[in-house]
Every structure is written in C-alpha cells, then in structure tokens.
Design a protein around this ligand. Structure first.
Ligand code: PHE
Length: 339
C-alpha cells in the first residue's frame, strides 16, 4: 500500500505539472482526490489493515492527499496568472498610437463681422429683428415705393417662386414689416441673406448679406443718421475713419445718400483696395420716404426716420483682405481655417 501511495503521488504530481488548463486540473482532482478517486479508494481500504498499520498508512495517505491538493492549488494559481497575462497581452492598448483627429470649427468671417455689427448697434439701443428670405412682391418692392413698372426694379432682378413671391433683394423689406408691427419710436437692425440675379464674379454673388437699419421717431433728422453711421464706422474701422455722404437715389428714401468711409488699408491716400480713390463705399441710406411711412400707417407730418442698408460681404472682404467674394460661400476648409 505504501508503494501504491508513492506511485499515486508520483503520477499525480507529474500529471498536475503537465496539465495545460484548468479543465485538465479539474479532471485530475476528480481522478485522484474525488469521492471515487484513487486516494479515496486507499483511504477506504484502510479498514482491511492491522490496527498497527492503519494509523501509519492513514497518515501517509493523508500526506499524499495534502501534497496533491497543494500541487493542484499551486498549478491553478500558476495557470490563472498565465491566463491573465495572456489576456492582458491580447487586450493591450497601444497608447503611443496617434489618436483620431477631431477638428473644431470656428466662426465664419461673415459671422464674426455680423456679431461685431450687432454689438455696435445694440450698444446704441437698436433691437435686432429677423425677416423672411422668401418675401412677397409687396414687402420687397411695392410698399418700398417701387411699383411694378419702376425702373429701379431692373437693378434688383431676383428669383421668383410665384407671381408675387420672390427671394428678397434687400433687407429693406424688414422696414415695412417692422413699421406695420410696431409703433414709433422704432430703432431696429435686421441682418440677413439677400438674393439677386447677378452674374458671379470676384465682387458679385447671387447670394449676399445686408444689415438694414431703421429709426423712426419724432424729430429724427439726417444729423442723427450721420451720427449713428459715424459711430458705427469708428467702431468698425477705427476712430480716425472719416465718413462721406454722396447724394444718391433710392425710391424708399428722400433724400438718399451713398456712404463712403476712408479706406482702412491706406487711410485715404489711395491704394489697390480703394482703387486709388481713398474711399470705400459701404452702404446706402436716407430719410424714410413719406410714401413709405404712409403705407405703414405712420403719419409723416408727425414722424420722420432714417434707414440704411449695409453690405456685410464687402465689409468682411476688406477687413480680412479677402480678394474674392466667392471664397465666403465655397466652404473650403483650407480657406475657413485661416480665421
Ligand atoms: N436696400 C438698399 C439696397 O439694397 C440699401 C438701402 C437701405 C438704401 C436702406 C437706403 C435705405 O441697395
């Protein structure tokens, strides 16, 4: 029996040492230590031994059992470690790999200019209002003192969506909506997209941007217009900027002016940007025509007002020295990333 035990131990330890996974270990545990296992069989057969032999063999059998048990425990731990190491290896994350690039956008230069303009006018007490891009003939032309046969329509041909529905050619349509909506005193700006059937070139686009301004109250004069526009020009182009009014014509203002500022590039000496004149035209303006006030139910004998329309695109291209207006609309990241 002693020999048998020695054999069992030897066989068990060798088998455990050779086991390759936990399933094999479990099999060995059952085979040697299980209820019907080889060591148990010996323990059961102890009864047949003499009283003298029994405790010795019992002790030996228990030692063998303990040895096998601890070999199994050790092997299990060893296999567990190896399995963990293998898993860590297979799930390894290479933290030195370059990450996916996330690109963060920025404000479009037009929007930066727009935000600055809104800031300036809000600080002078103007409200910002919104108008529809799809307008009726009435708001875009008729109520602005441009009847169907008026020659001024030629300069503002647009895209028609129906007989009387069109893409607005000017933010001036918002003047009418505002005056019909609110009673004086009125002080608003309305920025937005406008459309004209223009050929595309470096300075023209069928889609561009304006900001309309409108003030209506008792006793408003051209001095107020000039003061507001001067303040605006100083804040946008710098305090040394001069503002010049040139007589002009718009059907919805009387008198009408075109407004130039000294060229921000050369300070008025004359350069490529201002085509040698020293001045850059930035907007059209004037005193709201009595017909327009009347069409909106405002008595021109009591109230007066001024309006202006600033082109945002020109302001943006001159500020950032952008040579071609088309760049503003192409959404080319290589261009936009520069701002
Ligand atoms: N709406 C005019 C244009 O687009 C600009 C303007 C606005 C002129 C307001 C006078 C008053 O040309």
């Amino acid at each position: 029996m002693k020999e048998q035990l020695a054999q069992i131990r030897e066989a068990a330890l060798a088998a455990v040492a050779a086991a390759e996974d936990s399933a094999a270990i479990e099999e060995l545990r059952v085979r040697f230590l299980g209820k019907k296992g080889e060591v148990s069989a010996i323990l059961k057969s102890l009864g047949s031994l003499s009283a003298e032999e029994r405790p010795k063999m019992g002790q030996l059998a228990n030692e063998v059992r303990a040895d096998i048990e601890s070999a199994i425990t050790d092997k299990k731990a060893e296999l567990g470690k190896a399995a963990l190491a293998a898993r860590l290896e297979s799930e390894k994350i290479d933290i030195t790999m370059p990450s996916k690039k996330t690109s963060i956008g920025g404000l479009h230069p037009l929007n930066t200019v727009l935000a600055d303009m809104i800031d300036i006018f809000q600080s002078m007490g103007f409200d910002v209002v919104d108008g529809p891009e799809v307008e009726t003939d009435y708001y875009n032309f008729e109520a602005l003192n441009i009847p169907a046969d008026h020659p001024a329509r030629d300069m503002q041909d647009t895209f028609y969506l129906g007989e009387n529905i069109l893409l607005r050619t000017q933010t001036s349509a918002a003047q009418i909506r505002t005056m019909k909506d609110r009673k004086p005193p009125i002080r608003i700006v309305c920025p937005g997209r406008v459309f004209r059937a223009d050929e595309v070139d470096a300075t023209h686009s069928p889609v561009f941007h304006q900001m309309e301004g409108l003030v209506v109250d008792k006793g408003i004069t051209m001095c107020d217009l000039k003061g507001v526009l001067e303040q605006f020009a100083h804040e946008i182009y710098g305090p040394e900027t001069k503002v010049k009014f040139r007589p002009s014509f718009f059907p919805f203002t009387e008198p009408s002016v075109e407004v130039d500022v000294t060229c921000s590039e050369c300070g008025g000496k004359g350069c490529r940007v201002c085509k040698g004149s020293g001045w850059i035209e930035i907007l059209g303006a004037g005193m709201v025509h009595p017909n327009v006030l009347r069409a909106c139910g405002i008595d021109p004998e009591v109230y007066s007002g001024f309006a202006f329309g600033i082109g945002l695109d020109r302001l943006t291209t001159t500020r950032y020295k952008i040579s071609d207006i088309r760049l503003l609309f192409e959404n080319d990241k290589r261009f936009l990333e520069q701002f």
